[in-house]
Design a protein around this ligand. Structure first.
Ligand code: NAG
Ligand code: NAG
Ligand code: NAG
Ligand code: NAG
Ligand code: NAG
Length: 455
């Protein structure tokens, strides 16, 4: 009973729409991977080398400090802080990471791409003008700008690999969280890559190449302006790219994701469904609003009596998320209330606390003894980040004496929600008493009590 809120607010949107998740090719594992015959010179391509699981602790899945700004380089105009596999080793192979950017008024995060990740940003403070460029297949020399002015609570998504920017158009500092569906999204700064390459691209090539293509992206700014922008962006390179590139940590590889909860084969194409996300709108008719959602500065609708409110940015209210592999939610938990034991079969979940105190944990099966599992748990305060690996049973519990608010980011557009007690004790049709009694070593009276509680 007490979890029905969860089913109604989350599962209905996810399951009834029956929207399948995305499929990617396996991700490339790093920026380049030149074949080598010498195994001693070889690198691991599937994430970093794994620690012996026996020595893993909850702290490997935990990071703190997103409640404060990163350190700005002098004159930089901004600061960035990232939680990635270097400072949160548990992220390795999980396909997700998060950061915080503080941008001074009128400062610009220049044109860049993330070759291996879709990025989803959420504004916490200030006003941001953000946009991305969608190539026009009918004319490769033009692209379409999808841009929005963003206020606190607004969410905007940049599809994998597309050129984008963020610009603080307000008169006070802007703060936003930035989540990626890769542990190593990669950063390519367009002007820096082009004008600061080593060895340099010949001037002739730049002059011609710039006029033909990049001028379109940069709204016709002069080469001089570009070079000066390039200089001003050095802070960004030092704060962001060093962490991303120097470590040269390769990204993850997954098998292709399953595309929905079940997929029963059918011979009748008329009865078939599209399995690679929802059917796509004609790209000509897409607008920036398809990639935008707002209202995350306030709580979702609480279900009366249940101590919980959720709000999600998903395919239904943010159709641009289709096939991009991200799902976003805000959860407000009343004191002493619990987000019950559940799993997401298709997504790793990364949570960031905005307010309050949460006790969160997940269960890691023990391969040496399948009848035991290990609990990895942490008490989390504002600015703390915790990651819950794909498919593992977990919970969040507000142990404070005031409301707790957190953002949850999932690296699937359809993570799936399996609420353990409800799935088992309130299935339709019901699991027989005999099976439940044996499965949980309970008698039928006890089973009846549990069925009543969870249905
Ligand atoms: C690797 O070794 C094979 C067989 O010895 C050889 O044919 C090939 O050219 C080598 N590749 C590289 C990249 O050195
Ligand atoms: C940020 O969080 C840390 C750890 O919870 C805490 O010690 C610190 O006071 C917080 N800072 C701010 C500015 O809220
Ligand atoms: C939330 O954001 C909306 C849109 O920017 C704004 O109208 C509203 O006042 C904000 N609410 C709060 C509580 O900050
Ligand atoms: C689909 O059609 C093939 C060939 O007609 C048949 O062998 C197969 O059993 C059919 N499969 C299903 C699930 O109906
Ligand atoms: C079932 O178990 C409960 C508690 O262990 C016990 O009080 C009750 O008598 C049992 N009922 C039956 C029918 O065995």
């Amino acid at each position: 009973m007490s979890m029905w809120w969860f089913v109604t607010t989350l599962v209905i949107t996810v399951f009834i729409s029956n929207s399948p998740v995305y499929a990617y090719d396996n991700n490339p594992l790093q920026d380049i991977c030149v074949a080598v015959n010498d195994s001693k010179a070889a690198v691991f391509v599937n994430g970093k080398i794994c620690k012996n699981p026996k020595f893993a602790t909850a702290n490997d899945f935990f990071a703190s400090g997103l409640n404060v700004s990163g350190i700005a380089a002098p004159g930089a105009g901004g600061a960035a802080k990232f939680v990635d596999v270097n400072n949160m080793p548990g992220l390795n192979t999980l396909g997700i990471s998060i950061g915080r950017v503080d941008l001074e008024p009128q400062r610009f995060v220049p044109f860049h791409t993330h070759p291996r990740a879709t990025e989803l940003i959420t504004v916490l403070e200030g006003i941001l003008y953000a946009g991305f460029l969608v190539p026009d297949p009918a004319n490769f020399f033009k692209s379409r700008l999808f841009s929005k002015i963003l206020y606190p609570g607004d969410v905007f998504v940049f599809p994998i690999g597309l050129i984008h920017f963020q610009y603080n158009v307000g008169n006070k500092k802007a703060i936003y969280l930035t989540a990626f569906n890769s542990q190593n999204p990669g950063f390519i700064f367009i002007p820096n890559s082009i004008f600061g390459s080593n060895p340099p691209i010949p001037d002739d090539v730049l002059t011609q190449g710039f006029q033909l293509i990049i001028a379109l992206w940069l709204f016709g700014q002069s080469l001089f302006q570009i070079k000066s922008i390039t200089m001003r962006m050095w802070w960004f390179i030092t704060t962001l790219v060093i962490t991303a590139f120097t470590c040269n940590s390769p990204s993850y590889a997954y098998d292709n994701n399953p595309l929905q909860d079940i997929c029963v084969a059918v011979n009748d194409s008329k009865a078939a469904v599209f399995v690679n996300g929802k059917i796509c709108k004609d790209p000509k008719l897409a607008t920036a609003n398809d990639f935008f959602a707002s209202g995350f500065n306030v709580s979702g609708n609480a279900v009366p009596g249940f101590g919980f409110a959720t709000k999600t940015a998903d395919l239904n209210n943010m159709p641009g998320l289709n096939t991009l592999g991200l799902f976003f939610g805000r959860i407000d938990l009343e004191p002493q209330r619990l987000a019950p034991l559940h799993t997401h079969p298709r997504a790793t979940e990364l949570i960031t606390i905005l307010e309050g105190t949460i006790y969160a944990g997940f269960l890691v099966p023990n391969p040496a003894n399948f009848f035991k599992s290990r609990l990895f748990s942490k008490v989390l305060n504002p600015g703390d980040v915790f990651v819950i690996p794909k498919g593992l049973i977990h919970f969040q519990y507000n142990v404070g004496n005031r409301k707790a608010t957190y953002f949850a980011i999932f690296n699937s557009q359809n993570p799936g929600f399996v609420i353990i007690p409800n799935s088992i004790f309130a299935s339709n049709p019901p699991i027989s008493d005999d099976v439940l009694a044996k499965g949980f070593m309970l008698n039928k009276t006890e089973i009846a009590v549990l069925r009543k509680k969870f249905s």
